[in-house]
Design a protein around this ligand. Structure first.
Ligand code: AHR
Length: 493
């Protein structure tokens, strides 16, 4: 076993880790909403107002802080008024992006808000810019948040919700460089400025307006947006989104559970690229906004493979293995590291789509290895990022660190250390010195297995978190990391 030194300095407090970094993205795509979250009030599957109880419990357990909805590409063809009122009278539409299926709009604004209430998370609404109108988005905000006498507030009351909801996060368009209208950044910036002017703060509700940002390394998009998002009164957006999917080759994405060692390391190295990409976007944002008024919001990230055999290619259903768990650990460490600017991240997606944290089949529900990483990392939510450094090694032939880590301090003063080892062959002993700290007690949990290990409906707990032993020796914390593992340690001094 190899030994690596790591240092943690609790005196060096770097930034606040917004809990929203542990958010999720959900879309009307495949079986994410229908058959995933939502089965309807009349279903035999235990539910609350049509929303599956098992999913509510699973999301509460990992303290999901925020859920983005209704898309994605779907958002820019979604007309919210079609999704309110008597269900049988709701207008149907074609979901042109995702399989061309008929969307019956039985899950709309009221159902989404109820879902967020049940999970205990903030709603993040993605508004339609690509095929919608300014009036439509403006009225949606009024419908959701205005407390008083107005056409939209009265409509809401007639639909059974007298009191308004609180809506903080509002995305103005999605991927407007692509499925959201194929706009040039200069064009979108003008459109954004217009739309945001009519999204009002009603009745004490304060919107956190989010502009569509770049795809991956499109630095020009960020540059143009940062240049155009400010006028003499200040910033017109509080967030700029970034989408980054871990895909090695769009034409040969491969299967979620079928890969060799080379492909495993290659994919992890792609996931790790979000680090320099964020760094570069941050440099641009720092230039225009040194006071950090606009946060970077990675509101779509995750793995994207070929769909599982026999499933609708438009539904993006993929399995999820320990490889995905490693991608999640590496990505979350990077978001934590950049939490001075990255204020939210939403893994794509929540249920049955892409790097899902939950999969369902009829009444059965399983949590994926990725879900368990969120469980291990939940203590970082709203913690303070603490300086740490590991004398790392690279995976041979790849620009990929073997060890990835995050350290945070919670309000109680406890240190939360997450460590992952992506090597498929080697165990590592991490000898961790914690400056000015006398360790009084530790507790740890581990997620580990073969890179191909997964949970399926017959083996729901094949990959799961287990209690783990760590040691202290000469004042150091000693953590052994088996190959392909993620460990979370709590240290109390
Ligand atoms: O998550 C699937 C799709 O990926 C989203 O709808 C879109 O925003 C992105 O291209």
């Amino acid at each position: 076993m190899k030994t690596l030194r790591m240092i943690v300095n609790p005196n060096d407090k770097l930034s606040h880790i917004n809990k929203e970094i542990y958010g999720n993205f959900s879309e009307h795509l495949g079986r994410c909403i229908y058959g995933g979250f939502y089965v309807g009030e009349d279903s035999d599957i235990p539910n609350t107002d049509g929303i599956r109880n098992d999913i509510i419990d699973a999301f509460r357990k990992i303290k999901r802080p925020v859920l983005r909805w209704p898309g994605g590409c779907f958002a820019d063809e979604y007309h919210w008024k079609d999704g309110i009122g008597e269900k049988s009278a709701r207008k149907k539409m074609v979901n042109t992006n995702w399989g061309g299926v008929t969307e019956d709009n039985s899950f709309g604004t009221h159902e989404f808000m109820r879902l967020c209430e049940l999970i205990g998370c903030e709603p993040y609404i993605a508004g339609n810019v690509g095929s919608g109108t300014v009036q439509e988005l403006s009225e949606w905000v009024e419908y959701m948040t205005f407390d008083g006498i107005s056409p939209m507030a009265e409509l809401r009351a007639r639909n059974g919700h007298e009191k308004p909801w609180k809506v903080k996060y509002l995305g103005i368009g999605n991927e407007n460089w692509g499925c959201g209208g194929n706009m040039e950044p200069e064009v979108y910036a003008g459109v954004y400025r217009r739309y945001q002017s009519f999204c009002k703060n009603y009745s004490g509700n304060e919107l956190f307006r989010i502009a569509c940002g770049p795809s991956g390394g499109d630095y020009n998009w960020t540059d143009v947006m940062m240049r155009k998002l400010k006028n003499e009164y200040g910033w017109m957006a509080k967030g700029l989104s970034l989408h980054f999917y871990s895909i090695k080759d769009w034409n040969n994405k491969g299967k979620a559970a079928e890969f060799d060692d080379k492909r495993y390391y290659e994919l992890l190295a792609v996931a790790a690229c979000v680090d320099p990409i964020i760094k570069h976007h941050k440099e641009i944002m720092d230039r225009y906004d040194p006071d950090n008024n606009v946060g970077l919001i990675v509101d779509e990230w995750g793995t994207w493979y070929d769909v599982e055999d026999g499933t609708n290619p438009g539904f993006l259903y993929q399995q999820n293995t320990m490889r995905d768990a490693m991608v999640a650990a590496i990505s979350l460490d990077i978001f934590n590291k950049h939490s001075d600017r990255v204020i939210m991240a939403n893994i794509a997606q929540a249920v049955n789509v892409l790097q899902a944290v939950i999969l369902t089949e009829g009444e059965k529900m399983i949590t994926t290895p990725t879900y368990h990483v969120f469980d291990l990392y939940k203590e970082h939510q709203d913690g303070t990022l603490i300086y740490s450094h590991c004398a790392n090694e690279k995976i041979e032939g790849e620009n990929l660190n073997v060890i990835s880590q995050s350290v945070s301090m919670s309000g109680s003063g406890a240190l939360h250390i997450t460590l992952s080892n992506c090597s498929l062959t080697d165990s590592y002993e991490i000898k961790c010195g914690i400056i000015d700290t006398e360790i009084k007690s530790t507790s740890a949990r581990i997620l580990t297995g073969d890179a191909h290990d997964l949970n399926d409906f017959d083996h729901p707990d094949n990959v799961t978190v287990k209690p783990y032993e760590v040691k202290t020796e000469g004042g150091d914390l000693i953590v052994t990391l088996p190959p392909c593992s993620v460990v979370a340690v709590e240290v109390n001094a």
